[in-house]
Write a protein that binds this ligand. Structure first.
Ligand code: FES
Length: 239
C-alpha cells in the first residue's frame, strides 16, 4: 500500500517525496507573444519514494546524489509559516478581487495577451478582462496570485497531486519544483506549511525564502542539465 502523499524537507538535504507522486518535467514556452504555457519535457522515472535535490549541485538532476554533504549546504528554512491569507494583500477591481503574496518565481504566467493580472483585475468590469485576470492568477505556479469569486472563495485550477520539474528556456535557466494538488509540505522541524493547491519549491539552493522559490535561479544562471543547449536546443545562448 502506498504511503500518505507528502514532501518532507530533510535538514540541509533534499526533499523526501512519499506516496507515489507522479513526477514530470515541464517546459515554460510562449504561445504567441505574451502567453506562457507548459509543454511536456523529458520523461522522468516514477517511484513510491524519491529524493529531489534541494542544493542545486546534484549530478543526477532532479534527484539527490548526496552532493549537499560535500558542499556543506545550508538549507535553513527562512519562509514565513503564516497562512496565505495572512500574508497576501488584496487588489480590488470593479468585478474581481485578487490576492497577492508577492512570492514569485518569474514564470510570467500572470502576463496575458490583454495585459497583466493586475491591470486585468482593475479592468474587470469588462467580462473578457475578468476572465483573463482569473486565468492570469490561477495559472501562476507559485500560488502568488489568487482570484476570489463574489463570495470570497478562491478560484483554483483543479490539479491531481503531482510534481513538475520546471525548465525556463526563455530565460536560459532551469526553474523550481512545481507542486500541485494540495500535497502537504513538512519542514525539517516537522511543522507543516499551509496545504495549498500550488506552490514552487527552490531546487537551485539559493533562494532567500527557502524552501520556496524566489526566482533567484535566474540571476544565478541555474541549469540542471549540461550541456542542455547542445543536447536539446531548449536554451538560448547567453550573450
Ligand atoms: S529554484 Fe527558484 S530560487 Fe531556487
Amino acid at each position: 500500500m502506498s504511503k500518505e502523499r507528502k514532501i518532507i524537507i530533510l535538514e540541509n538535504g533534499p526533499y523526501l517525496v512519499e506516496g507515489n507522486i507522479p513526477l514530470a518535467e515541464k517546459i515554460n514556452v510562449l504561445e504567441g507573444r505574451r502567453l506562457h504555457k507548459f509543454i511536456d519535457g523529458r520523461l522522468l522515472p516514477q517511484a513510491e519514494t524519491y529524493r529531489l535535490c534541494r542544493c542545486g549541485h546534484t549530478t543526477t538532476p532532479p534527484f539527490c546524489d548526496g552532493s549537499h554533504v560535500a558542499i556543506n549546504f545550508d538549507g535553513t528554512e527562512t519562509a514565513s509559516t503564516a497562512s496565505y491569507r495572512e500574508r497576501a494583500k488584496a487588489l480590488e477591481g470593479p468585478n474581481l478581487t485578487m490576492l497577492d503574496d508577492n512570492r514569485c518565481a518569474l514564470s510570467k504566467f500572470c502576463h496575458r495577451k490583454k495585459g497583466t493580472a493586475w491591470s486585468l483585475t482593475l479592468s474587470s468590469n469588462y467580462e473578457d478582462c475578468r476572465e483573463e485576470a482569473i486565468h492570469a492568477a490561477s495559472d501562476c505556479p507559485t500560488g502568488r496570485l489568487v482570484a476570489l469569486d463574489e463570495a470570497g472563495n478562491e478560484i483554483e485550477n483543479s490539479y491531481e497531486p503531482s510534481i513538475d520539474i520546471m525548465q525556463e528556456p526563455l530565460v536560459g535557466v532551469s526553474g523550481g519544483i512545481f507542486v500541485k494538488g494540495g500535497i502537504p509540505l513538512f519542514s525539517e522541524s516537522g511543522k507543516i506549511y499551509q496545504v495549498r493547491n500550488r506552490y514552487v519549491l527552490c531546487r537551485c539552493g539559493k533562494s532567500y525564502n527557502k524552501p520556496f522559490c524566489d526566482a533567484i535561479h535566474i540571476s544565478a544562471g541555474y541549469l540542471d542539465q549540461k550541456p542542455v543547449k547542445e543536447k536539446k536546443g531548449l536554451f538560448r545562448k547567453k550573450k
